[in-house]
Every structure is written in C-alpha cells, then in structure tokens.
Write a protein that binds this ligand. Structure first.
Ligand SMILES: [Zn+2]
Length: 306
C-alpha cells in the first residue's frame, strides 16, 4: 500500500483547505527561530524541517526537540499511525522515492512541468504530503501547520496542492552572516556565497509561482519581531500580536516537537536576539569576497556593503 487516498477534510471545516506556513530560504538563516515563534501561537503546530521526517527522523532516528529519537517520540509516533490510517497503509520507501523525485533542486524543471500536466506520480506525492499535514494538524489539535523545510522546490510543489492553503515566507539573511555561520563547519566563504545566490534566486522564482508569500529579512525579524510577525498575520489569518509582544518583553520561545533543523532546537527555551557576530569576527578580506560575489543580490534586499 502507498500513501495514496482520498484527502480528508482538514480540522477547520469540511471544505476548508488546511493552512500551512512554509519557511523557505538558505540554511543558517534563522528558520528554527522563526519556526518556534510561529509555533508559539495556540492555533499553530510548528514541525521543524518536515522534509526530513521520514528519512532522517523515522529511518535514521534523528532526535526530535523533545529529546526522543524521531521514531520513538510519542507525537511523531501518533502522526505516523494516523497518516497510515488516513492513507490506508504505509509505504515509507515509496514516499522517500517520491520526495527525491520532486524535492531536489536539480529536478525543478520536472516539478514545473508536473504542475501543468497530469503526472500520476506528482499527484501521488502531493496527496501523500497533504495527508501528512492533515495527520499532524489532527494529532496536534491545531488549525495551522508550520513546515520550516526551507527547500524552495518543495515549496513550489506544495504551493499548488488543492487541499492546502500554503503561505510561503521567504526568510533571507545577509550572506556574510550565513557564510560566517557555515565557516564553523569549514565550508569555504565563496562556496556559501554561491549557494546563497542559487537558493535566493530559486526562492524568488518560486514566489512568482506561489499563491501567497512574503519576503522577510532575518535581521528585521530579530530586531522588530512584532512588526515582522504582523506582516505574516493577514496572509494566514492569525494575530501574532501577543507572541510579538511576549518576545519583545524578553519572553523565551521553545520548540515542542521539532523534528530536524539547527541544533539550537535541542537547547530548550531561548530569547530572540540578533546574531551578527560576523560583523566583527569575519576577516575583512573574506567580507569583501562574499560582497564581491553576492553584493549585487544582497543590495536588492536592502543590504549595504558596510
Ligand atoms: Zn518529540
């Protein structure tokens, strides 16, 4: 059996598509912190990098933010049981194959083509993923699911799912901050700058195809969370005033069952604070190099050379 079946109604009504907030962008751009902020609303469940749930969380036992391995966490065990129930059985290897086919960056032409023709495999991927979102919303008892997978190709594929109401948040961070963060894992600055350009350009393309979206700078989110979250409010139909006021007053935010993402998800409740160590720590030559490569695109998002 595969994860194919009739998509049941979402929790919020028989004909209302399930609301999904999708965080898209480059790694190390603050998606875990945004995931936790969005998940702090009482109508919302934030899942972390859902793209990695099956292969890394369930098959490779990646820990959930609750501390349990992904396959043993009570929340994700219940989601798995409910997902299988909705679909009439489970075939995880088949679902992982579908993910590889429709979520890889190099397969973006295939996804674009699949959006405009009747492709049974693409339809199966979309239906199965819709059932997963439905299972999560039902098990959590929430109306909105946050998926911080970041992957722009997955965003493109899901933005046209008929029974999902997807809002895409393109989270952008200064490429010099991203490069500095990746330097801790010894990735060369030039490589990060090029990867940042590629993901940012693909994300910009996806936004042109998506139904509802907005671009949000990490630095603005960290400095003015109430204003930044207020921009998401009208797109998803939720008020984030209380969450914004809470963090601006110094309140701590936490992951509940965040399946994958930055290690900070495992560190418990934390304050929201702007991380800009790169300004003093990144050597001037490397700062210039990243700007030389990515400055033309950084300018488009309002970043300045110094
Ligand atoms: Zn958990």
């Amino acid at each position: 059996m595969s994860f194919v079946g009739t998509v049941p109604a979402a929790t919020n009504g028989p004909s209302t598509p399930l609301r999904v907030l999708y965080i898209m962008g480059h790694s190390r751009s603050g998606s875990t912190i945004l995931n936790n902020l969005l998940g702090s609303h009482q109508q919302v469940v934030a899942t972390g990098e859902l793209v990695n749930l099956v292969e890394r969380g369930w098959n490779k036992h990646l820990p959930c933010s609750c501390g349990e391995p992904g396959d043993l966490c009570p929340f994700w065990k219940e989601v798995r049981r409910h997902w299988g129930e909705l679909a009439g059985g489970e075939d995880l290897p088949r679902y992982v194959r579908l993910q590889r086919r429709f979520e890889r960056t190099r397969n973006i032409p295939l996804v674009l083509l699949s959006l405009y023709r009747r492709d049974p495999l693409f339809n199966e991927y979309v239906r199965s993923t819709t059932l997963l979102f439905t299972a999560i919303a039902r098990v959590a008892g929430r109306d909105v699911v946050v998926d911080s997978s970041k992957n722009p190709v997955r965003a493109l594929a899901l933005s046209r799912a008929p029974q999902l109401d997807v809002t895409i948040v393109h989270l952008i961070r200064d490429a010099r901050g991203v490069a500095w963060s990746f330097n801790r894992s010894s990735q060369p600055f030039a490589k990060t700058a090029l990867s940042w350009i590629a993901i940012t350009l693909i994300s910009t393309l996806v936004i042109k195809f998506g139904h509802k979206s907005l671009s949000l700078r990490y630095e603005d989110l960290a400095r003015f969370p109430r204003t930044a979250l207020g921009r998401i409010q009208p797109l998803v139909g939720l008020s984030y005033d209380d969450v914004g006021a809470f963090v601006e007053a110094g309140g701590k935010i936490a992951s509940v069952h965040c399946i994958a993402g930055n290690r900070i998800r495992m560190m418990g409740p934390m304050h929201l604070q702007l991380e800009e160590n790169w300004r003093s720590a990144l050597p001037p030559g490397d700062k210039r190099l990243v700007w030389l490569i990515a400055g033309w695109l950084l300018r488009r998002f309002g970043y300045r050379r110094s």
